[in-house]
Design a protein around this ligand. Structure first.
Ligand code: C5P
Length: 312
């Protein structure tokens, strides 16, 4: 997570993630699913700008935390881009506002903040844009409001906001995640990979995809993937990528199987859906390879196409 001060505002970059492996172990009594998943941060990010707002509850008519959301992906500037549909909510439902309010109630802090959120990461994509924005808010406001909460305390608040949020507080840029996804084992991976990510216009609801999942009786391990990542990019990677949510997602949304067909005809080292979808990625050995694949996919107008490097 990158920080800089701009006059009296704090600017934070919130990166996207991809899941290169995701096994669902079982459904838990609390309704969540026990996972084993490998997550990597990507070099594509949202930007958040935090400005302090003095706010006293006695005179408060305005909310203590105000959020404005801007989409950077204007179709005018970039013909492969499209506006989020439906637009991203800027009210109390947005995880950024929830993170800020959680910090205020947890610490008793009485002030407020104006937050601008510049979106680049597609929504409903399995790239954890909302979760990363929430993590950036916890870290950003902890600095801006001089709360001095330790990382472990922030991590506990993060887990209350969502299963993917703690990953973005991790100093390592890739991790083997267990539990709901919030128990992290940092991975020390030597090489970056290039990804071509396509986000079709349609999205998928994470709870709906998990509800559709059924146990298969067999269980895959993430370790072969981790070993391959340590060795560096090769065609052996294809056999180690795995996502147990891809079948249920394909049953719910025909765009996913369409993406699988499209990527099967591309010279990538492996391809798969990320998280609960709908973004779909191909792995490439180097940037020029990824840009060639991306140019072909962009011309087919199957969705928004992004080239991103893993941030190992
Ligand atoms: O944790 P988060 O709020 O991101 O989860 C959204 C939804 O995804 C949950 O309400 C649940 O339906 C599903 N989920 C799950 N098991 C997980 C993570 C998420 O069933 N490990």
């Amino acid at each position: 997570m990158l920080f800089r001060w701009d006059k009296s505002s704090l600017v934070v970059h919130a990166p996207a993630k991809l899941n290169l492996f995701l096994e669902v172990l079982n459904k838990r009594p609390d309704g969540f699913h026990e996972l084993e998943t490998v997550m990597v941060m990507l070099g594509i990010h949202d930007t958040l700008r935090f400005t302090s707002l003095s706010h006293s509850t006695s005179e408060a008519t305005e909310p203590a935390v105000s959020l404005r959301v801007f989409s950077i992906n204007s179709p005018k500037a970039d013909p492969t881009a499209f506006e989020e549909n439906p637009p991203i909510p800027a009210g109390a439902d947005n995880l950024v506002v929830k993170a800020a309010e959680l910090l205020r109630t947890h610490t008793g802090y009485a002030g407020g903040a104006n937050i601008e959120l510049w979106k680049r990461i597609p929504s409903e994509a399995g790239m954890a844009g909302g979760s990363s924005d929430a993590a950036a808010t916890l870290v950003g406001l902890n600095h801006l409001w001089k709360l001095e909460l330790a990382t472990e305390e922030l991590r506990q608040l993060a887990a209350r906001l969502g299963s993917d949020v703690p990953f973005f507080l991790n100093s390592s840029r890739s991790a083997l995640c267990r539990g709901r996804g919030e128990i992290l084992e940092p991975l020390d991976l030597p090489l970056g990979l290039f990804f071509v990510v396509v986000k079709p216009r349609s999205g998928l609801s994470t709870p709906a995809v998990f509800r559709r999942w059924r146990p298969t009786g067999s269980r895959r391990s993430a370790l072969p993937l981790v070993e391959e990542l340590r060795r560096g990019p090769s065609a052996r990677l294809a056999g180690t990528l795995y996502n147990a949510l891809q079948n249920p997602a394909e049953e719910l949304n025909a765009d996913i199987s369409r993406m699988r067909d499209v990527f099967s005809n591309e010279p990538v080292l492996g391809h798969m859906m990320s998280g609960s979808g709908t973004s779909y990625f191909g792995v490439c050995g180097h940037r020029r390879h990824a840009e060639r694949v991306a140019a072909r996919l962009s011309s087919r107008r199957i969705g928004r196409v992004v080239v991103a490097r893993s941030q190992f």
